[in-house]
Design a protein around this ligand. Structure first.
Ligand code: ADP
Ligand code: F6P
Length: 324
């Protein structure tokens, strides 16, 4: 395989953590060792790169982590790294540690950071890790499937009590720009209404929907609301003011970012980690890996960030047919 100059690589996790990041770290570390590369772990993402918080890893550094949520390398958001001075400090640590390549596991912000570093001379590759599934170039990001299953588990529990008490419950889930968590968990959990940032909605329509359901005798109703489409607390207030409906609110919050990764996320992470190391060995830089129609592929970071997310109209249509 290709580039003989690649001898030592670094790995970091950055931005919002996601279940399956550990499986990806394990995969990168083990495949680096398989290919006789030295592997250095950078703690706390770009912040650690600036502070020089780097340590050599070996096969046992990643033992017993495939099943764990979070990231053993820790993660951060670094404002300093967004400045040229910050990136120069990071680059000095990269050079002082003799790194030839760097694997960055994170979301679109982290990929922009990797692109900046590649323009300064280090070979970089991004692995998509974020629960939101908001990277349009890939069908799936690591962590999304686990987050959907976490939300699904909550919907099932909330459905029990909401049915017993014949209540309307608004469940707010994560997803600032992308409604994929709400859409997928909502369909799997049989939510009566799903509200996502990609589709405009009106409180009056929701009131009509609830009134019609009540006329048919269905008093319990689960509304799955993506945070990017509004706040559950505001919606509760509006429903009370406009229609005297006393809705309950459950904001699921950070439980969605933790927990044991599903088999899907572990396998995706394992595949992407091995692929990323092989691409670095082949001399690639400034690229990301992704999965499309169950096939791994790679593309330029800039190109990947320019891909516009196409809204899954067919998936949404399911909610219109099945949820009432
Ligand atoms: P995510 O990677 O999950 O999208 P962020 O958007 O918070 O999370 O990005 C993670 C980190 O990547 C930021 O804290 C910052 O250090 C770095 N980053 C984000 N955008 C840029 C940018 N335009 N240039 C350089 N670094 C960036
Ligand atoms: O990882 C993405 C995300 O989970 C968003 O959906 C959410 O709004 C955000 O991170 C919150 O994370 P933090 O408080 O770490 O910025």
């Amino acid at each position: 395989m290709g580039d003989v100059e690649m001898k030592k690589i670094g790995i970091l996790t950055s931005g919002g953590d996601a279940p399956g990041m550990n499986a990806a770290v394990r995969s990168v570390v083990r495949s680096a060792i398989y290919h006789e590369l030295e592997i250095i772990g950078v703690n706390r993402g770009y912040r650690g790169l600036i502070e020089g918080d780097l340590a050599k890893m070996d096969a046992s550094s990643v033992g017993d982590i495939i099943h764990k949520g979070g990231t053993i390398l820790k993660s951060s958001r670094s404002e300093e790294f967004k400045t040229i001075e910050g990136r120069k400090k990071a680059m000095k640590n990269i050079e002082d540690n003799g790194l030839d390549g760097l694997v960055v596991i994170g979301g679109d912000g982290s990929f922009q950071g990797a692109r900046e570093l590649s323009s300064m001379g280090i070979k970089t590759i991004g692995i998509p890790g974020t629960i939101d599934n908001d990277l349009a170039y890939t069908d799936y990001t690591i962590g999304f499937d686990t987050a959907v299953n976490t939300v699904l588990d909550s919907i099932s529990k909330i459905r029990d009590t909401s049915t017993s008490h014949e209540k309307v419950t608004i469940i707010e889930v994560m997803g600032r720009k992308c409604g994929d968590i709400a859409l997928h968990a909502g369909i799997a959990g049989g939510a009566e209404s799903i509200i996502i940032p990609e589709k405009s909605w009106e409180i009056n329509e929701m009131v009509n929907r609830l009134n019609q359901a009540q006329k048919r005798g269905k008093l319990h109703h689960i509304i799955l609301l993506a945070e990017g489409a509004g706040s559950a607390v505001d919606m509760k207030q509006e429903l009370a003011e406009k229609a005297g409906i006393d809705a309950r609110v459950s904001v699921l919050g950070f439980i969605q970012r933790g927990g044991d990764p599903t088999s899907f996320d572990r396998i995706l992470a394992s595949k992407m980690g091995v692929y990323a190391v092989e691409l670095l060995l082949d001399g690639h830089t400034n690229i990301v890996v992704g999965i499309k129609d169950n096939h791994l592929f790679h593309m330029g970071i800039t190109e990947s960030l320019e891909v516009k997310k196409t809204f899954d109209q067919e998936m949404y249509r399911l909610t219109e047919i099945l949820s009432f």
